[in-house]
Write a protein that binds this ligand. Structure first.
Ligand code: IMP
Length: 194
């Protein structure tokens, strides 16, 4: 099956490629001529996942290309911040998107806060004749300082439940065995019959 991956995020692509079986042939946005940034104006992860997948689908239709589309919208919800940054995770510290500044803002907002529970959530939107959503959630806590060099985004700050290391200190294989994205992909694969 050929699927256009509706994301330009290199790290998401690396993770998704490893999570998906070789029977799923992934096509990049560049391969179908989409180089512009896709607007993410929704107020939920579901809405943004749909906006990304639907944008790509329309571009494919214009080119008479008949591929399925898969998008990923993810967000970090911190309990003490009433669920923030949530759907605004990518631009928490403002525009342009900057992972490092987002992490600094999160640490600043949680300064002296000992209640550090958080959840990471991924919503996959798959459009192939019909539109379907697959959600993955992982619980954890926010570290007091960034640790580790692997991964991306909030990985240096997110400690998954049951671990003492941040995602960025874990190997990609370990992150992919338990992450929000891995849980969502597992549901997607079950639906595909894999
Ligand atoms: P988006 O899904 O591309 O909108 O990403 C939302 C924000 O969460 C961005 O700042 C990403 O860097 C971050 N992010 C998405 N997935 C992950 C992840 O698996 N680990 C850490 N940060 C992530």
């Amino acid at each position: 099956m050929k699927i256009v991956l509706a994301t330009a995020n290199k790290n998401k692509i690396i993770e998704l490629k490893k999570l998906l079986p070789s029977s799923v042939q992934l096509i990049s946005l560049a391969e179908v001529g989409i180089t512009e940034e896709i607007p993410e104006t929704g107020s939920t992860l579901e809405e943004n996942a749909f906006l990304k997948a639907n944008y790509v689908l329309k571009k494919l239709n214009e080119q008479k290309l008949n591929y399925a589309v898969l998008s990923d919208d993810s967000g970090l919800e911190v309990k003490a911040l009433n669920g923030k940054p949530g759907v605004n995770s990518a631009i928490y510290a403002g525009l342009p998107k900057n992972d490092h500044l987002n992490n600094i803002k999160l640490l600043t907002d949680l300064k002296k806060c000992t209640k550090r529970q958080a959840t990471f959530k991924t919503v996959l939107c798959f459009i192939n004749q019909k539109t379907e959503y697959f959600e993955g959630i992982v619980n954890g806590t926010i570290a007091y300082e960034p640790k580790g060099i692997n991964g991306f985004g909030y990985d240096p700050l997110f400690i998954p439940q049951g671990y003492r290391s941040t995602f960025a200190e874990l190997s990609l294989e370990t992150k992919n065995s338990l992450s929000h994205r891995a849980i969502a992909v597992a549901k997607f694969l079950k639906r595909l019959g894999n």
